[in-house]
Design a protein around this ligand. Structure first.
Ligand code: PEP
Length: 253
């Protein structure tokens, strides 16, 4: 299975910074590694990155999208706009959108459905809050998010969908799930996706781990058989640390 690594820049980065990042990635040989690499910069930066992204062997993605194509939706961005800007991927259900901006499972589903239907590839982010974990509700919460997003979703397949398991308490905190905990959740997610009986083959589905992945913990996390890559925030802002994470797997050499 081809691993996939996402660099989620959140609300960080400039055109100059992104061009420099891609040049540095290319200089470190990013175009010849076997994992798939995707950069999610701010929307405004996307159109200026196409050529450099090709040289770096990286695809581009939007950090979000809206479920209508045009109209009176101030501040939103459509799949057509993203595609025009060079994006092939999008994120749906990132915890900052769920918990800072109040996006419900219903909204995440609408975004995922729209993006996949319009030919983009999606990363569906799921994960429990610290309180939910402490209450012993991790499985219930994550399964609920998976079911709400994927149940009956005909557009989804293992070719256009990646799931990112990102425990919310681990995002940007320096805390990480242990590799054993992450592996256990990834196996459960695979099982739950299989239970839905849709077109997403659970064996072929790629499931990333996300939450404070850094060069010094990546090898341990990524050595687990059900962990097929990482979604990286903070450590993806520098090409050197992002590339060190990619290179921590045997196929990233
Ligand atoms: C993320 O934004 O998805 C993320 C995992 O961030 P960080 O790596 O900074 O925890």
């Amino acid at each position: 299975m081809r691993r996939v690594f996402g660099a989620n820049w959140k609300m960080n980065g400039t055109v100059a910074g992104a061009l420099e990042f891609l040049e540095r990635m290319a200089g470190m040989g990013s175009s010849s590694v076997s994992p798939e690499l995707v950069l999610f910069p701010p929307f405004t930066v996307l159109p200026m990155l196409r050529e450099s992204a090709v040289r770096a062997g990286m695809a581009l993605g939007g950090q979000d999208l809206f479920w209508e194509e045009s109209g009176a939706y101030t501040g939103e961005i459509s799949t057509g706009m993203l595609r025009e800007a060079g994006a092939e991927w999008f994120l749906a259900g990132h915890s900052e959108r769920r918990h800072v901006l109040g996006e419900s499972d219903r909204i995440v589903r609408k975004k995922l459905e729209k993006g996949l239907r319009n030919g983009l590839k999606g990363i569906l982010c799921v994960g429990e809050l610290r309180e939910e974990r402490e209450e012993g509700r991790t499985e219930e919460v994550v399964r609920g998010q998976i079911d709400a997003a994927l149940s009956g979703l005909e557009e989804a397949s293992a070719c256009n969908l990646v799931v990112a398991y990102e425990p919310v308490w681990a995002i940007g905190t320096g805390l990480t799930a242990t590799p054993e905990e992450a592996e256990r959740m990834h196996r459960l997610i695979r099982q739950w996706v299989g239970d839905l009986g849709g077109a997403v083959s659970p064996e072929e589905l790629r499931i990333q781990y996300g939450g404070s992945v850094k060069p010094d913990n990546a090898a341990d996390i990524l050595s687990r058989p059900s962990i097929d890559g990482a979604l990286v925030g903070g450590a993806s802002l520098q090409a050197d640390s992002f590339m060190a994470i990619v290179r921590s797997t045997p196929d990233g050499q």
